[in-house]
Write a protein that binds this ligand. Structure first.
Ligand SMILES: *Cc1c(COP(=O)(O)O)cnc(C)c1O
Length: 448
C-alpha cells in the first residue's frame, strides 16, 4: 500500500517540521541562566558545541524541542578539558594509563591554592628571589633524614628525566655499567638503556640475563666508567638460577652507583617485601637514588633524586636541569603528599582484604536490589605502574555482566573495570570508599 505509506511519511514529515521550528535558537539558549553560567565557567565555544549537539538530537527527533535546554545542561562537561574523571576499578593500584596515583585531598587543595600564583621561587619576608620549591625539598628531606638535608634532594619532571640528568652529569662520553639482567623496558617501548645512551653515554653491559657477579662489574670498571647503574626490574621477575649483586657490594667498587628504585617508596613497606626503598638504597651506599613521584609515594608525576650533596649540587646546576624542572602545581602537590595525611595509594595498600570484601558485598546487594545481576567476588589485585612485580594483593570486586564494561567507560565519571571470563569486575582496591555511592549510581544509570 504505497499510497498510505507515503501519506504517513508526509504526515510524519510535517510533525517533524513543526517540531523543528520549536527548537530554541542558539542565542536564546546561551541566555538561559544555567547555560549562561556555564559560558562563564567553560567558555563560549565549548557551550555552543554542547548546544549544537542538543539541537541536532532534537532535529533527529531523539528528544523533544522543549528538552533541548535540559539536554544541553546535562551534557556539559565538568571542566574545560577533554580529560574525564575516571574511577579506577581495574584492580591495578597504580595504573599508568589512568594517571597513576590519585592525589590526596590535601594535595588537591594545595594545587588549587598554588594555581593562582604562589611564592614558589620567592622569599616573602625578604622580598627577593629564593630557591625554587624549597618547601617540597624540605618535606622530602625531613621524611628521609638519611639524605642529610635539602641539599641532598632534587626534583625533576619524572624518573626518566632523573636518569637522563644523571647520565648527562655523571657519564658524558663515558660508560654506564649495567647488568644484562637489568636492561629494562618499562612500557610503551620506553627502554632505560636507550634513554641513558641518548645523553651521549655508552652502555657497558655485564653478566648474563639471569646471573651477574661482582667480578663482572669489577672487570668492566676502568677510567672510562661514569657510574654503575642499578635498575629495579620493576615490571618483571627473573626466577630460578639467578644472581644479582647487592647494592652494598657495588658501592665498594670505587665508582658512583646510581640506583633507580622505580616506585618511590621512601622506606620498606611490610606488604611489599623485596620492593626497594630510598632509605635502604642510601644506607647501602648509592651515590644517587632516583624514583617516580606518582607511583607508591602517591603524589604527582615527578622524578625524585636523593643523594650525596656534592653530586646533587652538580645535577641541579647542569644546564639541562632547567629543561627538566617542575612547576608550582607539582611542587605544591608533592609537598602536601609528603607532609599531609597518607595519600590514597598508601591507604589502599594498608586496607585489610576483609574490609574490601565487606564493601563489595554491600555494593553488590545495593545493586541487586535495583535489579542488577551483581555479585561480590574475591580477586587478586596488583600494584602495577612498574612496582612490586609478583606481589598479589588480596582484594574484592563487584562482578557484573560483561556488557556493562563499555557502558561504564562511557559513564560520567567513567568507570574502568576489567573483563574476566566474560564478566566485568569492578575491583575496589583502588576505589576510595567515599566514591562507593557514586559507583553504585554509575552502574545503576547504565541499566536504564
Ligand atoms: C616507572 C619506572 C621508570 C620511569 O619512571 P617515570 O616517572 O614514568 O619516568 C623508570 N625506572 C623504573 C625502575 C620504573 O619503575
Amino acid at each position: 500500500m504505497p499510497d498510505a505509506a507515503d501519506a504517513a511519511d508526509t504526515k510524519a514529515g510535517q510533525v517533524r517540521g513543526d517540531a523543528r521550528r520549536r527548537i530554541p535558537r542558539t542565542d536564546a539558549l546561551l541566555a538561559e541562566p544555567r547555560l549562561a553560567k556555564a559560558v562563564d565557567e567553560l567558555g563560549r565555544d565549548l557551550v555552543r558545541g554542547v548546544i549544537a549537539a542538543a539541537q541536532d538530537r532534537a532535529r533527529a527527533g531523539e528528544i523533544a524541542p522543549e528538552e533541548v535546554a535540559d539536554e544541553a545542561v546535562a551534557s556539559l562537561p565538568a571542566t574545560a578539558t577533554s580529560l574525564r574523571e575516571v574511577l579506577n576499578a581495574t584492580g591495578v593500584l597504580v595504573h599508568t594509563n589512568l594517571g597513576r596515583a590519585p592525589l590526596s585531598r590535601a594535595a588537591v587543595r594545595a594545587v588549587q591554592a598554588a594555581a593562582g600564583g604562589t611564592d614558589v621561587e620567592f622569599d616573602l619576608a625578604e622580598g627577593r628571589r629564593a630557591r625554587r620549591g624549597v618547601g617540597a625539598l624540605a618535606a622530602l628531606a625531613e621524611a628521609l633524614p638519611e639524605v642529610g638535608g635539602v641539599d641532598g634532594v632534587h626534583v625533576v619532571n619524572n624518573n626518566a628525566a632523573a636518569l637522563l640528568l644523571c647520565a648527562l652529569v655523571l657519564a658524558p662520553g663515558k660508560e654506564i655499567v649495567i647488568s644484562r639482567g637489568e636492561l629494562v623496558e618499562i612500557g610503551d617501548s620506553f627502554r632505560i638503556p636507550d634513554l641513558v645512551t641518548s645523553a651521549g653515554a655508552r652502555l657497558r653491559e655485564v653478566g648474563t640475563t639471569n646471573r651477574t657477579h661482582l667480578a663482572d662489574y669489577a672487570e668492566a670498571i676502568g677510567p672510562d666508567t661514569g657510574f654503575v647503574l642499578k635498575v629495579h626490574p620493576s615490571n618483571f621477575r627473573i626466577s630460578g638460577f639467578t644472581a644479582q649483586v647487592p647494592l652494598t657490594r657495588l658501592a665498594g667498587l670505587g665508582v658512583p652507583v646510581v640506583a633507580d628504585i622505580g616506585s618511590g617508596l621512601l622506606r620498606p613497606h611490610p606488604r611489599l617485601p623485596g620492593e626497594p626503598d630510598a632509605a635502604s638504597a642510601l644506607a647501602d651506599g648509592a651515590a644517587v637514588v632516583t624514583a617516580s613521584g606518582d607511583k607508591l609515594l602517591g603524589g604527582p608525576q615527578a622524578g625524585l633524586l636523593f643523594g650525596e650533596h656534592t653530586v646533587v649540587r652538580r645535577l641541579r646546576r647542569h644546564p639541562a636541569a632547567r629543561a627538566f624542572r617542575v612547576g608550582k602545581l607539582t611542587l605544591a602537590a608533592l609537598e602536601a603528599t609528603v607532609r599531609g595525611p597518607a595519600p590514597p595509594v598508601r591507604r589502599f595498600l594498608d586496607t585489610d582484604p576483609g574490609t574490601l570484601r565487606a564493601r563489595a558485598e554491600r555494593l553488590a546487594s545495593a545493586l541487586a536490589r535495583r535489579g542488577v545481576d551483581a555479585v561480590a567476588v574475591r580477586t587478586t589485585a596488583a600494584v602495577g605502574g612498574g612496582g612490586a612485580p609478583g606481589v598479589e594483593l588480596p582484594s574484592a570486586a563487584v562482578s557484573l555482566p560483561g556488557g556493562f564494561a563499555p557502558r561504564l567507560r562511557a559513564a560520567d565519571p567513567a568507570v574502568v573495570g576489567r573483563l574476566e571470563q566474560g564478566r566485568c569486575l569492578l575491583d575496589l582496591c583502588a576505589i576510595d570508599p567515599d566514591a562507593d555511592e557514586r559507583l553504585v549510581e554509575a552502574v545503576s544509570r547504565c541499566t536504564s
